[in-house]
Ligand binder design. Structure first.
Ligand SMILES: Nc1ncnc2c1ncn2[C@@H]1O[C@H](COP(=O)(O)OP(=O)(O)OP(=O)(O)O)[C@@H](O)[C@H]1O
Length: 642
């Protein structure tokens, strides 16, 4: 269904379809079957698809109350209900998966992702309305029985398109994918082997909300990404209820990271293409859910409500917008950028044509209409060569340290490492490259094909470290992702940071009762660096009456812990708020000289408090407060010790 005129958003390259520019295209796809199949887009380009009545619905004698009028219009006609909705496109029951892909603007979305934009497509609608079908088609049950190519969904078609584009550009795109689900408000990695465990959701100034320790797997072929999709989808929680035999019980987000790796590509583009298969809204009475199913249904409905609330607020004119409560659910946190930030979003509204689903259908269509009013300000992510190089260096440096530590713990021979690799400031460019990857200690000259080598080095470390962790990994890591040319896994860029953080984290009992607040994101059995001698450090005294409790909102931070500087009268304590939950503080002490003013870290990239500090209570102080040590510096010092 096509709605009102779309506004091309700033930042969208000329020549792209205007309806994708800066707006959401909620689409209701209605196709002939048990539910309507919907594919929608950013504002000004919504898709609506109608699925056919199912056999059950036909047997029951359900009436078809939704009709596509063409030109993006959908008409709902039933007793006391007569309404027409407009979207960017409407796909009725007879529409093929191919038609949905071509008509929904998905191809343009793929191109925008290659150009460095953060693109999202999400399917929503009531349970059993065809969301999963629209995005993935009927999934093959095994690798030997693939689904019919004609039934492949938006995802597989987008992957094909992406890989074609990559090939036509001389394969200069580095592609990787991550896949997670939000189940009962827990974020779980669908690609990590072993039983799913909850991953922490963090926020940083530069990255916004992100999932820590999420696995990202490189791929180069359609088979590889389709197999990841299959693997993850099989791990996703599904159950049967009265309206759907394979009902998704979680929201699933598959993100493809697209990065240009050509040496000439300066600045480098880093786009994402995220597919969100929302769990369907459901009425417990109608689905007949009880026990675990009803707990899941409540969680699903609550998060969808939070999403709806955010969309309603975002739909208001910019000047009249109030606070958008993204933090109300994990789903809205993860979709924050797509909804109201700098991303480009295509919404697909899936609806059932059946008279029995009338009220849900109307609510989905209203939801989609509201979403059409939301505008975003798309911005391409272009990373300068220097910045990219710095990031890679930092990552390699961290992995090197981890490598050393693991070797030490496993009593493996220490691989000769140049002194420049683990000393001093974060290495200047090539520090870790050694002879294998190019001249050490030098920045590759402009235009040289340095990136593949740096990425190669990074990957080698990841693979090697992963292998060394194998024997000691906790059960959920024990089946580590196979390392090989077509299936290389790497943790998100912040992955090595918690590992290393834990290495220089020294747990010192607080003089008052102390409970460790921050979950240690390092797998419990990962070898740790030797514990360093801890100097006696004066501890800050909490305000009276708090007996060791910090006020809510003044807990220990996620990054990189509180470092108390020995040999200096000043103490610094960094705080993080976790809503209003009360918790105890954790103290980390690091013996280190106070860095000079030039070492004062920037706040960029650091996890910062998720809420303002708790009002009223003063921060405990000793003689004053000094800026926090940057973790790299701490690592440098640690490296020197090693
Ligand atoms: N366009 C369509 N053509 C044929 N069959 C369809 C279509 N849309 C959905 N179906 C069928 O309807 C059933 C429900 O679809 P699906 O599982 O995709 O719904 P859903 O919206 O993802 O549900 P839930 O929210 O419960 O996960 C499936 O058996 C699917 O094969």
């Amino acid at each position: 269904m096509t709605g009102g005129p779309s506004t091309p958003a700033p930042g969208v390259p000329a020549g792209t379809t205007p309806h994708l520019g800066g707006t959401h295209h909620p689409a209701a796809l209605c196709s002939p079957k048990e539910s309507w199949r919907g594919a929608g887009g950013a504002r000004g380009g919504q898709r609506d698809a109608v699925r056919p009545l199912t056999c059950t619905e036909t047997r029951r004698g359900d009436q078809q109350v939704v009709h596509s009028l063409g030109d993006g219009a959908v008409h709902v006609s039933a007793a006391r209900h007569d309404a027409t909705f407009g979207f960017s496109a409407v796909f009725d029951a007879g529409a093929s998966q191919e038609a949905v892909f071509e008509g929904s603007g998905m191809r343009q979305l793929v191109e925008l992702a290659i150009d460095g934009f953060s693109c999202t497509v999400f399917a929503f609608g009531q349970t059993g309305s065809g969301k999963t079908y629209t995005l993935m088609g009927p999934l093959a049950q095994s690798e030997t029985q693939p689904a019919s190519p004609a039934l492949l969904g938006l995802m597989q078609r987008s992957f094909t398109c992406l890989l074609e584009q990559s090939r036509s550009r001389g394969s200069d795109l580095a592609l990787s994918a991550s896949y997670l689900e939000i189940y009962n408000e827990q974020v779980r990695d669908l690609l990590s082997p072993g039983p799913p465990c909850a991953l922490p959701l963090r926020w940083s100034k530069t990255r916004g909300f992100y999932v820590e320790n999420q696995l990202s797997v490189e791929f180069e072929s359609l088979e590889a990404i389709v197999s990841l999709l299959l693997q993850g989808s099989q791990r996703r929680r599904t159950s049967a209820h009265a309206l759907n035999r394979h009902s998704s019980r979680s929201h699933a987000l598959l993100t493809v990271h697209v990065r240009s790796r050509a040496a000439s590509a300066c600045p480098s583009k880093q786009g994402t293409l995220c597919f969100v298969d929302l769990a369907g809204s459901e009425r417990v009475k109608e689905t007949g859910s009880s026990g675990e199913l009803s707990v899941e249904a409540n969680s699903i409905n609550r998060s969808l409500l939070a999403l709806g609330h955010c969309i309603s607020l975002l739909a208001k004119p910019r000047g009249k917008r109030t606070h958008i409560p993204y933090r109300d659910s994990k789903l809205t946190r993860l979709l924050a950028r797509s909804l109201g930030g700098s991303g480009i979003t295509l919404m697909v509204a899936c609806i059932s044509p059946s008279s029995r689903c009338l009220s849900e259908t109307l609510s989905t269509l209203h939801y989609a209409s509201r979403a059409r009013k939301v505008t975003t300000r798309p911005l391409a992510n272009r990373v300068s060569r220097e910045k990219l190089l710095q990031t890679l260096e930092r990552e390699i440096h961290a992995l090197q340290l981890e490598n050393l530590s693991l070797r030490q713990q496993l009593c493996l021979p220490r691989v000769p490492v140049r002194s420049t690799e683990v000393t001093g400031n974060p290495p200047k460019a090539w520090a870790g490259s050694g002879d294998r990857y190019g001249p050490a200690g030098q920045l590759p000259p402009e235009g040289t094909p340095a990136w593949p080598s740096l990425y190669g080095l990074l990957r080698d470390f990841v693979v090697e470290n992963e292998q060394m962790r194998q024997p000691r990994l906790c059960p959920h890591h024990s089946g580590a992702v196979p390392a090989g040319p077509s299936h290389r896994a790497t943790r998100s860029s912040c992955d090595s940071q918690p590992l290393l953080r834990s290495a220089h984290t020294l747990h010192v009992p607080h003089r008052h009762s102390v409970r460790h607040r921050r979950p240690d994101t390092t797998p419990s059995s990962v070898p740790r660096l030797p514990v360093l001698p801890v100097p006696a450090v004066p501890q800050p005294v909490p305000p009276e009456g708090n007996a060791g409790l910090l006020p809510p909102g003044q807990e220990d931070t996620a990054l990189p812990g509180s470092h108390h500087l020995h040999g200096h009268p000043q103490l610094h304590q960094r705080k993080r708020s976790r809503g209003r939950s009360r918790s105890l503080s954790q103290q980390h002490v690091l013996h280190r000289e106070l860095p000079g003013p030039e070492h004062v870290p920037s706040s960029e990239g650091r996890v910062i408090p998720s809420a303002p500090p708790w009002p009223g209570l003063p921060e405990p102080r000793a003689a004053g407060t000094v800026p926090l040590l940057q973790w790299e510096e701490a690592l440098d010092w640690l490296a020197e010790q090693i």
